[in-house]
Ligand binder design. Structure first.
Ligand code: I3S
Length: 128
């Protein structure tokens, strides 16, 4: 069975629902495919879970769901996406391995908060 959140080694800094698309893999451009994900920022990673059908879970981690993927934030670059999407409130994340993601929220305040919080983790890792 999946670990209970309290058994996990890292504290969750932020979690929530975002629209997400991967736009590059290892530096190779991918065709966009937007979808809804549960995104969890914990430790040095951004972790993506499949969206749940139905109401939002009470806890940050959808019960009995395994992460779809996880991104190592060490050396990553995060910017507001200017010309990469017609959508509003989009951030662009590029990892050292050349994987690139767009994350989008209908709420400008939410995407600003994600931007600042993820930036904080990247800066902390840069100083280590
Ligand atoms: O950057 P693009 O290629 O204009 O991205 C759009 C397309 O991926 C489109 O899919 P199809 O080309 O398969 O029809 C998506 O539906 C759009 O959402 C993408 O643009 P936005 O601006 O929404 O990121």
């Amino acid at each position: 069975s999946p670990p209970h959140p309290s058994d996990l080694p890292h504290e969750v800094e932020k979690a929530g629902q975002l629209n997400k698309t991967k736009i590059a893999e290892g530096g190779r451009k991918l065709r966009k495919s937007w979808g809804v994900s549960w995104v969890v920022l914990a430790g040095n990673s951004l972790v993506f879970y499949k969206d749940l059908k139905g109401p939002a879970p009470a806890s940050w981690r959808p019960a009995s769901s395994r992460p779809e993927s996880s991104v190592d934030l060490r050396g990553a670059v995060l910017e507001r996406a200017r010309d990469l999407s017609s959508k509003k409130n989009v951030i662009h994340l590029r990892t050292v391995t050349g994987n690139e993601f767009l994350l989008q929220s209908d709420s400008e305040a939410e995407i600003q908060d994600w931007h600042q919080t993820i930036k904080g983790v990247i800066r902390r890792l840069d100083r280590e």
